[in-house]
Write a protein that binds this ligand. Structure first.
Ligand code: HEM
Length: 217
């Protein structure tokens, strides 16, 4: 059991680091148009061409897959061990709504990731499908791909609303990951609770606000 939870914690922390880098890169979209286009496209080209970043990207894909598989296994095992989920749990600290519904919240995030990868990764990296911003020769203007997607109000709403489950997941997940990895000190845990909350708020509000600002740009 510890190995499974350890894998969820370690891959989760790696994914948390990715989100910081990914949000910082996407913040470029908020700059004035010409500067944003040049910097965002340069960032995207580096991502696609650097061999070192390619290795990190494979580690990222593996982390996403292992995180989902082991989280699903632990969720099913817990359900089996506690079939009556309506039993009252008096342990307030361990039974917030979020902690009891991490599986359900995870499904929303998985839905987000699948659609997000179809919107960007499949088109930009794999060259699948047609898109504004990608010409017949396969030249990619990622800024244009992103800008045109966020001219569609339904995508803006989708990208913004789905950041709510992401924020809940990160807030609980970050705290749990540190606990799993042996961080039990009482005072330290209080600091960790605040760090997790601030981290989750920055990531979810940051990602959630970018599509709205790009829409009105
Ligand atoms: C404003 C919101 C977001 C924007 C505009 C955005 C944009 C992008 C773009 C343009 C790419 C393709 C990168 C490239 O190869 O050039 C990408 C890849 C990716 N995004 Fe996002 N993203 C957003 C939010 C998120 C969130 C919230 C997550 C995770 C929960 C996420 C996870 C990923 C992953 C896993 C990849 C594949 C990375 C790779 O292959 O290097 N993104 N995103």
């Amino acid at each position: 059991m510890f190995l499974r939870k350890g894998i969820i914690a370690a891959t989760g922390l790696f994914l948390c680091m990715f989100l910081v880098v990914h949000l910082s890169a996407n913040a470029i979209l908020l700059l004035p148009e010409e500067m944003a286009r040049e910097m965002y496209n340069a960032y995207s080209t580096t991502l696609r061409e650097s061999p070192l970043i390619k290795i990190v990207a494979y580690a990222l894909y593996a982390s996403i897959i292992f995180h989902i598989i082991y989280a699903a296994i632990v969720t099913f095992k817990n359900r089996k061990a506690k079939p009556n989920k309506y039993v009252v749990n008096h342990n307030q600290e361990n039974s917030t709504w979020t902690s009891q519904n991490m599986g359900l919240i995870g499904i929303f995030i998985l839905l987000f990731i699948v659609i997000h990868l179809a919107n960007f990764w499949a088109k930009v990296k794999l060259g699948l499908g047609e898109s504004v911003g990608i010409d017949v020769a396969g030249n990619v203007d990622v800024y244009e791909v992103t800008y045109s997607l966020f001219q569609n109000i339904y995508y803006v709403l989708f990208y913004t609303i789905l950041m709510v489950p992401l924020g809940l997941h990160l807030n609980h997940g970050l705290k749990s990951a540190f606990k799993t990895l042996g961080f039990y000190h009482r005072k330290g845990l209080r600091v960790l609770t605040n760090v997790s909350l601030v981290y989750a708020a920055i990531i979810s509000i940051g990602f959630g606000i970018i599509p709205v600002i790009v829409y009105f740009k």
